[in-house]
Design a protein around this ligand. Structure first.
Ligand code: ADP
Length: 305
């Protein structure tokens, strides 16, 4: 295995501020509930994946859009504070920063409203010129920004798509993916096959391989992940950890996989390493705040690293 000198991943995606209210009771329509607590957390699949890469020591640039407001300034600051490069994080005058209002009730039940805001302003031209400038080894995108922006990202020579949240995708876009990383729900949405065991993982993967995608990496929650190419298929069990909160596990996985591939690692090494990063993220609460650092990844991965 030859690891590359100073590779770069460009993450093209969303950034949101999560406004989280925790209350014993969730309100019904028309009702006001007193007695809650409040906190804000940076979120958005794109920002979560970029933050993962920076926290495991990777070189990463985020391509996206914030509003010209206090939330936008705080989102930029939180990316920069973990070491994500933000020179291609554009400020949009016309829309507020993306936000999610999250109400958490007893036993973790929740109600969520997402206002995409400036994430809707991520434009194809901006993505193209940022990628031409940055010249990343790997480009990683998700589906919380306009499809035109994702199409522009897919023009990169090595494009990884995390197809989340699930939505219909054109054959043209799928054919440009080197790698796709659906979870169980997204796999069933895209292929009609629930990946419940190795046979069904292979069947689902074949449907996606027929679209021209080179590598299918299905994430299977506590069962780990499954990697398929036209020639092979292999299941990788994750390390056993004490999971307390799986929020952001998929983001940890996709971010880490993109970075390990940019470093020049083979899939047979990058996929189980991504399992380690994602497993560690489940041992802490939150999304970006739960992403592990390189020291803990090396410790858990041992000789894999
Ligand atoms: P998503 O968050 O998109 O639904 P998954 O639930 O498939 O994604 O989780 C992504 C990855 O996180 C898995 O492939 C696995 O590596 C890791 N993971 C998730 N849950 C656990 C767990 N309980 N124990 C160990 N690893 C886990």
């Amino acid at each position: 295995m030859t690891l590359m000198g100073n590779p770069l991943v460009a993450v093209v995606g969303s950034t949101n501020l999560d406004l989280v209210f925790v209350s014993p009771n969730l309100p019904r329509p028309g009702e006001t509930v007193m007695g809650g607590s409040f906190n804000t957390h940076p979120g958005g699949k794109g920002a979560n994946q970029a933050a993962t890469i920076a926290k495991i020591g990777g070189n990463v640039s985020f391509i996206g859009c914030i509003g010209k407001d206090a939330y936008g300034a705080s989102l930029r600051q939180s990316l920069e504070s973990v070491g994500v490069q933000t020179q291609f994080l554009r400020e949009d005058e016309s829309l507020p920063s993306g936000t999610a209002a999250i109400l958490v009730g007893e036993h973790g039940s929740n109600m969520i409203v997402v206002a995409a805001g400036s994430n809707k302003s991520v434009a194809a031209d901006h993505v193209r010129s940022a990628i031409a400038n940055a010249r990343p080894e790997v480009v990683l995108a998700q589906l919380e920004i306009p499809v035109e922006a994702v199409m522009a990202a897919s023009e990169a020579p090595f494009f990884v798509l995390n197809p989340a949240p699930a939505c219909d995708l054109s054959d043209e876009l799928l054919s440009k993916c080197n790698t796709i990383t659906p979870n169980e729900t997204e796999t069933e949405f895209l292929t009609g096959v629930a990946p419940v065991d190795e046979d069904s993982c292979r069947t689902a993967s074949c449907i996606l391989l027929e679209k021209g995608i080179r590598n299918i990496v299905i994430t299977l929650g506590e069962r780990g992940s499954y990697w398929a190419t036209p020639k092979t298929g292999k299941h990788f069990a994750p390390p056993s950890v004490k999971a307390v909160d799986t929020t952001g596990a998929g983001d940890a996985f996709s971010g880490a996989l993109a970075w390990f591939l940019a470093e020049g690692r083979e899939f047979g090494n990058a996929v189980p390493l991504a399992n380690c990063v994602a497993a560690l993220s489940t041992t802490k609460h939150g999304a970006q705040s739960s992403m592990p650092d390189l020291v803990s990844v090396k410790e858990l991965a041992g000789s894999l690293y």
